[in-house]
Write a protein that binds this ligand. Structure first.
Ligand code: SIN
Ligand code: CO
Length: 388
């Protein structure tokens, strides 16, 4: 029988995917008790002031709380002076700064890594919120500290109208059919399009485990970039065989058909599309969060074998693979990886979200070279086994 999951309130991943994912909300009390205490409000405040952190400070005017303002990072201490009563601080990618938090992604391993975006934290005092809104986004909202009241409303779409003249896409109304207060460890899954409104009941931190999907426009953009880099495709096409004289102002249906056919031939016959998609999906969203690695050589690794170390994915890096004709092709941080066949089965374990023990199974010159390369590029990290 399929395994039931505490994080989903005792249903199976299969049941969640069939009934809830992308469709309807799910509230789970005490789904992730481990999250309580990982970060405190002060940590979030300090993080928001650090260089390279992506954060937003959202305020509502005291005189008219329907007037909103948004200040995006870099945030300075001065931005937190003269605060109104109602405000929210949002900090992106906190999983890149806290190993304990990034470990919690494992609870959602029924969704593939390429769908993961980042973990955002929102910090507010009593009454603070980001307004009634919806996102084109799957999100698990997990309460980490204090309490937040969540209301859920109607489904929205691209046609839904927003309140005019505000810096946030706010909904004028919500048809509330769900109204619950979440305490530390509680989780609420919100599918794309569902309107939601979360108001802090007291000083509170809410963690959003966000899942992204690419849009066609950005994929097209990448595909076009890859084709336009191809020198061969820069040669003019040969002309269509002409047996008729047509009006010179017209491009005939036949002629357009021929040109379209040449485009479709490329789209159908080339691996460029797979390449473009893999490179897009493996790109880091916050490249500045990838730390500079300390140079390591294969000799250092040999010495570290069986000394209680393991290899894990650097939280800000992305590592994905595809299988083509029996070969595993890896991609990390937007680039195709060239690694030995011997290492591929091991690296697959890491890409699948597990740690890999640095032990005698990896004692092979090619494997050690691959590991050194991936450590030096900060795709992987070497950590003591007990710190997992
Ligand atoms: C919040 O935690 O206040 C905002 C998260 C969201 O609405 O997606
Ligand atoms: Co939202």
């Amino acid at each position: 029988m399929a395994q039931t999951l505490d994080v989903l309130g005792g249903i199976t991943a299969e049941q969640f995917l069939a009934e809830y994912w992308q469709k309807k909300p799910l509230l789970v009390r005490n789904a992730l008790p481990e999250i309580a205490g990982i970060l405190e409000p002060n940590d979030v405040m300090e993080l928001a002031l650090e260089d390279n952190v992506t954060a937003r400070l959202i305020k509502q005017k005291d005189r008219d709380p329907n007037q909103w303002s948004v200040k995006s990072s870099p945030l300075l201490k001065a931005d937190f002076q003269k605060m109104p009563k109602l405000w929210t601080l949002l900090v992106q990618a906190v999983d890149h700064y806290s190993f304990d938090l990034s470990e919690l992604w494992k609870k959602f391993s029924f969704i593939p890594q390429w769908r993961r975006d980042d973990i955002m934290v929102s910090y507010a005092q009593k009454g603070g919120s980001v307004g009634k809104h919806f996102d084109f986004y799957d999100v698990f909202l997990v309460q980490g500290y204090g309490h937040r009241r969540w209301q859920l409303g109607q489904m929205c779409d691209a046609e839904t109208e927003f309140v005019a003249g505000q810096p946030l896409r706010l909904l004028p109304d919500m048809d509330v059919h769900f109204d619950e207060v979440l305490a530390p460890g509680d989780l609420l899954y919100v599918p794309p399009g569902l309107s939601h409104y979360g108001v802090a009941e007291d000083e509170c931190l809410t963690f959003s485990f966000g899942f992204r999907m690419p849009n066609v426009s950005e994929m097209m953009d990448r595909v076009a970039d890859k084709f336009s880099d191809d020198q061969l495709l820069k040669n003019p096409l040969t002309d269509i065989i002409r047996d008729q004289i047509s009006s010179i102002g017209q491009i005939t249906e036949n002629e357009i058909g021929y040109l379209k056919e040449k485009l479709f031939e490329q789209l159908h016959n080339s691996t460029v599309i797979e390449y473009a998609i893999m490179s897009l999906m493996s790109e880091p969203k916050y490249p500045d969060n990838i730390p500079e690695a300390e140079e390591i050589g294969t000799g250092d690794l040999e010495e570290a074998l069986d000394q209680g170390y393991q290899l894990i994915l650097e939280p800000a890096s992305r590592l994905l693979y595809t299988e083509q004709d029996g070969d595993i092709l890896f991609w990390a941080n937007g680039e195709g990886l060239c690694i030995s066949d011997e290492f591929a089965t091991h690296l697959k374990i890491i890409a699948d979200g597990q740690a890999l023990a640095l032990d005698e199974n990896l004692y092979d010159a090619d494997i050690l070279e691959d590991i050194a390369m991936l450590l030096n590029e900060s795709v992987l990290m070497l950590v003591p086994t007990e710190s997992e």
